[in-house]
Design a protein around this ligand. Structure first.
Ligand SMILES: *[C@@H]1O[C@H](CO)[C@@H](O)[C@H](O)[C@H]1NC(C)=O
Ligand SMILES: *[C@@H]1O[C@H](CO)[C@@H](O)[C@H](O)[C@H]1NC(C)=O
Ligand SMILES: *[C@@H]1O[C@H](CO)[C@@H](O)[C@H](O)[C@H]1NC(C)=O
Length: 304
């Protein structure tokens, strides 16, 4: 749970204009010089012992209405069948471009870094499974101090908690490319279909990275399609200024449950929808909804 102290600190920093993480960041190992490139990293900090606390309205197709701090938004499907559990979740989405917000308390700041994270997972939303969770996705970055978006590469990562997150081996992805992410309790996989792709069915990905895992400890009670505002590595405790990512559309949404073979496949119909809400950054930061009769979860970056 977030302590009140943390909230006050974060909002005070922003109010007083003292949130200048670059001072701290330049002294941390989070930027590794690699020729002209360097890689920013987010801290994927969620642990089952610190579940996110927020209320949401449950609806089949609807827009969330909650007014509590939450660094997570998106759609959450709960397994209604006590005898089966979610074994695999999949989605396809185009990596949005991270831009500097031009409205709200974090607008146009040339001293700070911006980022957004898009990921899917099993038991990775409410973090109620004590033995672990499973998730994978892509982070995007914008460095306000440089103003050149091409210098920040998105980063594809996965995590089988309690292990630390890892980057997908031998895999690169750029903004504008379409990826398919599959998170299952025996393997996690990401496929890159390249630029300007609207439909991946029948297409051969230009790059694939597969990691075998042993996800037996995952409870399989929840499947989530998530946009998250993580802290930056080197600056724990405060969610990074959320980049203006425009909109992300998790398409081709599917979740499989049941036994080893066969099982039931469904989509996000009936999922609970919620938004990122960070008071220090202006309140509601996303507007998420489930569309296409459950086949799509869409989140827009909003400024109120
Ligand atoms: C940020 O910069 C943009 C482009 O220069 C401008 O249109 C916008 O009004 C600025 N926003 C704020 C809050 O100053
Ligand atoms: C990554 O690439 C290296 C070199 O091509 C190869 O040896 C390694 O097996 C690859 N790893 C994975 C997980 O594909
Ligand atoms: C993708 O679309 C843009 C704009 O239509 C175009 O400039 C670019 O060349 C396309 N890239 C590929 C790889 O097709």
């Amino acid at each position: 749970m977030k302590s009140p102290t943390y909230l006050i600190t974060a909002s005070l920093l922003f109010t007083l204009g003292l949130a200048t993480p670059t001072t701290t960041l330049s002294k941390t190992p989070t930027r590794s010089n690699d020729g002209q490139q360097y890689q920013l990293r987010l801290l994927h900090t969620s642990t089952p012992s610190s579940p996110s606390s927020f209320r949401t309205t449950s609806s089949r197709i609807g827009i969330a209405s909650q007014q509590q701090e939450s660094t997570k938004g998106g759609a959450l499907l709960t397994s209604d069948d006590a005898t089966s559990s979610f074994k695999q979740i999949q989605t396809t989405f185009l990596i949005p471009q991270a831009k500097i917000p031009t409205r709200g308390p974090t607008a146009n700041q040339t001293t700070i870094l911006y980022a957004s994270s898009f990921h899917i997972g099993i038991d990775s939303f409410s973090l109620l499974c004590p033995s672990g969770f499973l998730r994978a996705g892509v982070d995007i970055f914008y460095d306000g101090t440089l103003g050149d978006p091409s210098l920040q590469k998105p980063q594809a990562w996965y995590q089988l908690y309690p292990s630390d997150p890892s980057v997908f081996p031998n895999f690169t992805v750029a903004e504008g490319e379409t990826v398919r992410v599959t998170v299952g309790n025996t393997e996690v996989k990401i496929e890159n279909f390249g630029l300007n792709v609207t439909c991946v069915n029948g297409k051969i990905p230009k790059q694939v990275s597969t990691v075998k895992i042993d996800g037996k400890g995952v409870c399989g009670k929840e499947a989530g399609w998530i946009v998250e505002d993580f802290p930056l590595a080197g600056l724990p405790g405060i969610p990074v200024a959320l980049a203006d990512f425009g909109s992300v559309r998790f398409g081709g949404v599917s979740v499989k449950s049941g036994g080893e073979e066969g099982g039931i496949e469904k989509n996000a119909e009936g999922a609970t929808v919620s938004d990122i809400w960070v008071e220090a950054q202006g309140g509601r930061l996303t507007s998420c909804e489930v569309g296409m009769e459950g086949g799509e979860v869409r989140c827009d970056r909003v400024f109120e």
